[in-house]
Ligand binder design. Structure first.
Ligand code: C5P
Length: 240
């Protein structure tokens, strides 16, 4: 049995604010979070995010900040001011960049009198294979070694956790403790289309691996009934 029931984050991988609002209205009472990524954010901007927050959505802003520390700190301050509850940055930006981000989120939240958003670091994108990193990492290193090293840097810098595949989740939890958050994409209910994801897992397997938040996009947003699809996933999790 999983120690904690993971929360479900619906990826709002749509182009238009209207589509995002419609999904939020239909699902806000059924799931825990909504993920706004760079595509929707670039098209529709902060005002759309504010609208979704006003509609009662908890927002995971997935813009994967990666720049010099001062710039990322400024972006994190702006995202904290928007009122989002969780956001991503790239662990490849280094410990100083992540530390600046963590300090800024705490300071900005304190001055606004709001709760500090959770900061999670992207380690190695699941779209990258060992071959893509040839020449960039030691010959004998595996992707999971690099992901673990980057997760360690994230923890040292004061981030709340990382985004990782279900396959790396148990070892991250084992190494960095149960309170270090792991957010896992690549979730597919049994029988669902895999699409372009390579390393997938069912909600049950992800929960048993120790994942805290499951990111689910197409299996919910492209379902005939997104609400029924979301409810089925929540049911599967509550039965554990
Ligand atoms: O539709 P699907 O469930 O595959 O969507 C997964 C979401 O998680 C997408 O928004 C994708 O960009 C995101 N994601 C991912 N793998 C990562 C990081 C983010 O699939 N390593």
């Amino acid at each position: 049995m999983a120690d904690r029931t993971p929360e479900v984050i619906v990826a709002l991988d749509v182009e238009k604010g209207d589509q995002a609002r419609e999904l939020v209205e239909g699902l806000v009472s059924a799931v825990d979070f909504f993920k706004v990524g760079s595509r929707l954010f670039t098209a529709e901007g902060p005002s759309m995010v504010k609208g979704l927050l006003t509609a009662g959505a908890r927002i995971f802003l997935d813009l994967k900040f990666h720049d010099i520390p001062a710039t990322v700190a400024g972006s994190v301050r702006a995202a904290t001011g928007l009122g989002v509850q969780m956001m991503t940055l790239h662990t490849w930006g280094g410990v100083d960049m992540m530390r600046a981000a963590a300090d800024e989120a705490a300071g900005a939240a304190a001055s606004a009198g709001i709760e500090r958003p959770l900061l999670v670091g992207v380690t190695v994108l699941t779209s990258l294979s060992r071959g893509d990193l040839e020449g960039l990492i030691p010959r004998d290193a595996e992707i999971s070694d690099i992901a673990l090293q980057l997760a360690g840097n994230a923890k040292e810098a004061g981030l709340d956790g990382v985004v990782a595949s279900v396959h790396e989740t148990p070892i991250i939890k084992q190494r960095f403790g149960p309170d270090f958050i792991v957010v896992t994409p690549g979730i597919r209910p049994s029988g669902a289309e895999v699409g372009d994801q390579k390393r997938v897992a069912t909600p049950r397997v992800a929960a048993e691996a120790g994942s805290d938040y499951l990111v689910v996009g197409r299996p919910i947003i492209q379902a005939l009934s997104p609400l029924e699809a979301a409810a089925a996933i929540k049911n599967e999790l509550s039965d554990l």
